[in-house]
Design a protein around this ligand. Structure first.
Ligand SMILES: [Zn+2]
Length: 378
């Protein structure tokens, strides 16, 4: 956990004194502050006989995601379904099989459907003695976790880690050279995972460059449509990169499980079952691809919004740290030709596009509308 001294102190105290245990915790923090890492480390500390030594079997299996009494739910589609949540709540009520607690980690509690939250609420209201729920939600949407659940949780707010703490961890733990680490930490918006990716992955760096070139490239509708193609195409490519090999492996595993060929009684029924399983897998993979694409596009929009914020800061002479210190020359150039009003309109267009995508507007429509405003500044 990078730069989270207060949260670490509070969680360590809770792990060493189980009599003061709370059965439901809510980790909030900006994207990249390490909510799920914090929840997982806390789960390890609770299962560890030495309160989180980091070395023993319990610590290692929890951190690797294979401990039998720690379940992690990462909604891969756009939300967690009621049936998934009911199954989980049932497991959570069991006694721990080997560990000290039965722990359920819910990575994106803001993506629970209403039905799923209701199923969870019952369990949080009347928890079994050895059950602990660890919920995580981004701090810009804590309201998306229903207040009925939130009010029963102990809150663990995480903060945006400062750039020097991020640079330190990239250099010392990941072995990245100090210069690259410092650069990545300065442009990652406080997101440790993003800093690591930018430091290591040429494609990620190239995509960021491409996005940040957009504001000064828009000289007409030709560029507007070209930029829309770039933004959407690169989000699609990123989603394929991240899910392609996994999809293939899942299809092969399913084909093997269903067997191939065969004759005689029962074959027709088995084939119908296989068809249904295939359709279910396709549905799951499609939902995962949509979410991965949406997340990639959102990351690009966050970078864009940061640029307009920098321009605005230069224009009004605010002394705040730049979001993209390596694009200071571009921000200066834009600030000398745009009015503060038109810069603000552009910034709002980017934020509006993020909201539109969140409420399921088709990406191309939302992105083209945004780019039109970015071009005109009105
Ligand atoms: Zn341990």
């Amino acid at each position: 956990m990078v730069g989270q001294d207060r949260a670490v102190a509070e969680l360590s105290a809770a792990a060493t004194d189980p009599t003061a245990m709370t059965h439901a915790w809510l980790f909030t923090g900006p994207p990249g502050s390490g909510r799920s890492v914090a929840a997982r480390a806390f789960a390890a500390a609770l299962q560890c006989p030495y309160n989180g030594c980091g070395q023993c079997q319990a610590c290692r299996t929890v951190m690797a995601g294979t401990h039998s009494d720690v379940r992690e739910v990462v909604p891969e589609g756009l939300s967690i379904s009621v049936s998934e949540m009911r199954a989980l709540v049932q497991i959570a009520a069991r006694r721990p099989s080997s560990g000290r607690w039965q722990i359920v980690v819910i990575a994106d509690a803001d993506r629970l459907t209403e039905g799923a939250s209701n199923a969870l609420l019952k369990a949080v209201e009347e928890p079994s003695e050895r059950t602990v729920f660890l919920l995580c939600a981004p701090s810009d949407h804590p309201d998306d976790v229903p207040v009925t659940i939130r009010s029963r949780c102990r809150l663990v707010p995480l903060r945006t880690p400062p750039p020097d703490a991020i640079a330190d961890v990239l250099a010392s733990r990941d072995g990245i050279d100090p210069e690259t680490a410092a650069w990545a930490a300065s442009v990652c918006g406080g997101h440790v995972g993003r800093a690591r990716r930018l430091a290591r992955d040429d494609d990620a760096r190239r995509r960021r460059e491409q996005v940040l070139r957009i504001p000064l490239s828009l000289r007409g509708f030709g560029e507007v449509f070209a930029a829309a193609d770039d933004l959407i195409g690169s989000a699609e490519a990123e989603a394929v990169d991240m899910t392609g090999s996994r999809n293939q492996a899942e299809r092969e595993a399913l084909a093997t499980a269903m067997g191939a060929g065969g004759t005689g009684k029962g074959v027709a029924a088995a084939q119908r079952g296989a068809k249904a399983a295939e359709r279910e897998l396709e549905r799951k993979q499609k939902s995962r691809a949509t979410r991965t694409q949406r997340d990639a596009l959102d990351r690009a929009l966050v970078d864009l919004a940061g640029f307009y914020r920098d321009v605005l800061a230069v224009r009004v002479g605010a002394s705040v740290a730049a979001t993209h210190p390596d694009r200071a020359a571009d921000a200066q150039r834009a600030a000398s030709s745009w009015t503060p009003e038109s810069t603000l309109i552009r910034l709002e267009a980017v934020l509006g596009c993020r909201e539109a995508l969140e409420s399921n507007v088709k990406p191309r429509i939302a992105v083209e509308a945004m780019l039109t405003v970015l071009y005109r500044g009105a």
